[in-house]
Write a protein that binds this ligand. Structure first.
Ligand SMILES: NC(=O)c1ccc[n+]([C@@H]2O[C@H](COP(=O)([O-])OP(=O)(O)OC[C@H]3O[C@@H](n4cnc5c(N)ncnc54)[C@H](OP(=O)(O)O)[C@@H]3O)[C@@H](O)[C@H]2O)c1
Length: 322
């Protein structure tokens, strides 16, 4: 089968569209014929091996898993002996442990949710990492009807879901993005938009019950200035230095939190099939529409990542597998 393979860390040039062996299917596993996959911030980090700290898990000198990719949607083409929840032909979506940018991927059935008939594979593939991160960030922020929510980094994969899911929870949403994405954010439901190239949200007059920070471009103390007295700040950003990434911000949040009235939290999003299923239902209901800026074929994965890195994609970029 074909897959996007890499044997060293680096820019998109390290990726190869190559022939590899089809994965073996364990007794608890299903084999998914991948129809679409989506690219996440984490895939770019895994490709580059940056921040360096993540190499402790991904491989110190070179990547241990040589096929990139986490988010996939497709149809089941084989099931292991102990699989009870799925049958051959079922449409499924899920977050893999790497190895997703390929024609086939094997995964435990517990990693997968059903794709409803009204949801395309391209849409489904955007949901696992970005969509569930949005849901879990809003849950950690204890968003409820009437909450004022600031989404910093609103135009990316996680941000476009965060804005839409917050609206389904009855929140009043302020989205922070660059100039070219303001209209997009309004079109998906943001009540207010702040262009970060023209205004500094941490010096504005707005006060927010919840801040979901996906950009990490201000200090935590600066965000606290625009939080309500009982407000919640949710750090959900992987941005940071080349060596330790977001670790310093996480440490600041954890160290400061016990001493202030506002609640400061770090999100570590987890695979959650209930969240994924609920998101797919919101898509069916027309309450959430995945924002897909571009699709590329699997063989063009390197071009897709180059595009994201150069242009700051809006929403998600999807790979289709013919
Ligand atoms: N906590 C977790 O478990 C978890 C899980 C998944 C992802 N994440 C993190 O969430 C973050 C977002 O992920 P993603 O997949 O949405 O990335 P993405 O698609 O690359 O989007 C990032 C967005 O940030 C915006 N941005 C850049 N600088 C900004 C600034 N100064 N102010 C406001 N927005 C700015 C960009 O928008 P413009 O084009 O408008 O500049 C871009 O669209 C990443 O740091 C990722 O590591 C965390």
């Amino acid at each position: 089968m074909k897959a996007i393979v890499y044997h060293e860390y680096g820019p998109a040039e390290v990726l190869r569209y190559a022939d590899v062996e089809q994965p073996a299917v364990g007794d608890q596993d299903v084999l998914v014929r991948v129809r679409a996959a989506s690219i996440n911030f984490g895939d770019r980090a895994a490709m580059r091996g940056i921040p360096g700290l993540m190499r402790l898990a991904y491989g110190l000198r070179r990547p241990k898993a040589t096929i990139l990719g986490r988010d996939v949607a497709g149809t089941i083409s084989a099931v292991g002996a102990n699989v009870t929840g799925f049958r051959v032909g079922d449409a499924v979506v899920g977050e893999m442990e790497q190895r997703g940018f390929a024609e086939y991927v094997a995964a435990p059935e517990t990693h997968l949710a059903v794709v409803p008939a009204a949801v395309t594979f391209e849409q489904a593939a955007t949901l696992p990492v970005a969509g569930t991160t949005a849901v879990q960030a809003l849950r950690l922020g204890e968003v409820e009807p009437g909450s004022t929510v600031l989404v910093n980094g609103a135009s990316g994969g996680v941000g476009t879901f965060t804005v839409q899911v917050a609206k389904t929870l009855g929140a009043e949403v302020t989205a922070v993005c660059s100039t070219r994405n303001a209209d997009l954010l309004r079109s998906i439901g943001a009540d207010h938009v702040i262009d970060y190239t023209r205004a500094d949200v941490t010096r504005g007059a707005g006060r927010y019950d919840v801040i979901v920070d996906l950009a990490g471009d201000h200090r935590v103390s600066e965000f606290r200035r625009v939080l309500t007295p009982n407000g919640r700040y949710v750090a959900s950003t992987g941005a940071g230095g080349r060596l330790v990434g977001p670790l310093p911000r996480m440490l600041v949040v954890s160290a400061m939190s016990p001493f202030v009235r506002q609640r400061l939290r770090v999100l570590a999003a987890k695979r959650d099939i209930a969240d994924l299923t609920r998101l797919a239902e919101l898509v069916v209901a027309g309450k959430v529409t995945p924002v897909i800026e571009r699709t590329y074929s699997l063989s063009e994965a390197a071009d897709a990542i180059r595009f994201i890195e150069a242009e700051h994609a809006r929403g998600k970029v999807v790979l289709t597998v013919p």
